[in-house]
Write a protein that binds this ligand. Structure first.
Ligand code: NDP
Ligand code: HSE
Length: 428
């Protein structure tokens, strides 16, 4: 009879609670799938006294003690790229324990070193929940879409941002109000600036790039722009033009280089990514000759994230002594590809200016754009109450990002322009 697989869980918040509840509710079936009994033997979090809605087993005040316990796997669900989460994962791997984590910040920054450590010790380091929540995209890129390679990945990878953009469009509520709601639902990071600033999407994109392209996670070369500057006006204009604004993570191979970027984009309303609602995520994978594949589903929150964590636990229990390489290839062989120029491609751009309604403003904006070689395809000017700034919205012809940025820098300096102009890529 195979010995039980002993599980130590650090972090009992949104995700940790979901894992304990699902393991408790479906333990028999999951053990059956793993081929051995799954047994939670230790737990740790910050506050022992907190009511969590389940029984605490093997409490440890210090999460690091889990690395020295008799567990076979340590499940790290605390979060953060440094501190206790990093210490615990390093110590557990060094002690020869499998590790399952949902911590994309940690892996985007230290993934290569941790993968080497896991492989040296002959243990698993699994992270299905770290990218796109309940969508099994890590497994797909690590094991399934491998025959023809991957040329590009484009995805909505942050549930909080997608929830905010969806709700702002559907209900007209403010950014701040909807963000609070996303936090209450357990979608947001401990520091929600990581969500709305695009950092969380960048962490996930890095991990997916690594799996897809055989590279070491390279966070330093992801160009990142979030959604904090997107207004209700932008969302309304997008809808008028037949588009929706989505925060995208895009990674593609450009020759022998890799382009990785995170930015809001106007996506055509009928496109698959435009129809990913609320806290859901969606990932398009261009797998060369194999074709394009689209995956969508719940990207954040207790149950979908726990689903991915538990899949990893069951896999670790069944792997025996044959753990697979963390990023799909041996860590020592992960390439370090040079970053491509992420501003080189051309596309149409949506531009919004908040300006004083005085003669000559529009002509000056048009002149600065023309000087930078930016040609306007269409324009809308919306009046406001007397004395208030007006919104001028322009759509450009296909133009390189650098040219538009050059023009906006000059235009921003004008005392007739009331706030930083907004520029959003429009998918053609
Ligand atoms: P929560 O904030 O809900 O939970 C964090 C847990 O860690 C809490 O139980 C907390 O203890 C514990 N904790 C925090 N700091 C310490 C510390 N210094 N020592 C001991 N315990 C500590 O986070 P989530 O569950 O939302 O996220 C956990 C991880 O999963 C993060 O890496 C996150 O990025 C990732 N993730 C989250 C998703 C989501 O939808 N929420 C989806 C995918 C990944 P206490 O409860 O006592 O305060
Ligand atoms: N804060 C993250 C999100 C959690 O909103 O997508 C899931 O990784």
């Amino acid at each position: 009879m195979t010995a039980p697989f002993r599980i130590a869980i650090a972090g009992l918040g949104t995700v940790g609670s979901g894992v304990v509840k699902a393991l408790t509710a479906r333990g028999d079936d999951l053990s059956h799938r793993a081929g051995r009994a799954l047994q939670i033997t230790a737990m740790s979090a910050r506050d022992k006294a907190r009511a969590r809605g389940f029984e605490i087993t093997g409490w440890r005040d210090d999460p690091l003690a889990l690395a020295d316990s008799d567990a076979d796997v340590v499940v790290e669900l605390i979060g953060g790229e440094e501190g206790i989460a990093r210490d615990l994962v390093e110590r557990a791997l060094a002690a020869g324990k499998h590790v399952v984590t949902a911590n994309k910040a940690l892996l985007a920054k230290h993934g290569l070193a941790l993968a080497k450590l896991a492989e040296d010790r002959g243990v698993s380091l699994k992270f299905e929940a770290a990218a796109a929540g309940g969508i099994p995209i890590v497994k797909v890129l690590r094991e399934d879409l491998i025959a023809h390679g991957v040329d590009a990945i484009k995805g909505i990878l942050n549930g909080t941002c997608n929830y905010i953009l969806t709700e702002m469009e559907a209900s007209g509520r403010s950014f701040a109000e909807v963000l609070k709601e996303a936090q209450a639902k357990g979608y947001a990071e401990a520091d929600p600036a990581l969500d709305v600033g695009g950092g969380d999407t960048a962490h996930k994109l890095c991990l997916l790039s690594s799996l897809a392209f055989g590279t070491a996670p390279d966070l330093a070369h992801v160009a990142v722009e979030g959604i904090t500057h997107i207004t209700a006006d932008d969302i309304a204009f997008a809808s008028e033009f037949g588009f929706r604004i989505k925060l995208l993570g895009v990674a593609r191979r450009v020759g022998d280089k890799i382009d990785q970027k995170v930015h809001p984009a106007m996506v055509r309303a009928r496109a698959a990514l435009a129809n990913v609602p609320g806290a859901a995520n969606g990932v398009l994978v261009d797998a060369g000759e194999a074709g394009s594949f689209f995956f969508s589903g719940r990207g954040a929150g207790e149950a979908p994230t726990a689903s991915a964590v538990i899949a990893d636990i069951v896999e670790a229990a069944s792997d025996g002594d044959q753990p697979s390489p963390v990023f799909g290839r041996p860590a020592a062989g992960l390439a370090k590809l040079a970053p491509a120029d992420s501003k080189a491609g051309v596309s149409p751009w949506y531009l919004r200016f908040e300006v004083l309604d005085v003669p000559g403003v529009l002509a000056a904006i048009a002149r600065h754009l023309a000087d930078a070689g930016v040609s306007i395809e269409s324009m809308i000017q919306r009046g406001r109450a007397p004395g208030e700034p007006v919104a001028i919205v322009m759509i450009t012809h296909e133009t390189a990002q650098g040219a538009v940025e050059r023009a906006l820098k000059v235009i921003s300096a004008s005392d007739k322009v009331r706030s930083r102009p907004c520029m959003i890529l429009m998918e053609s």
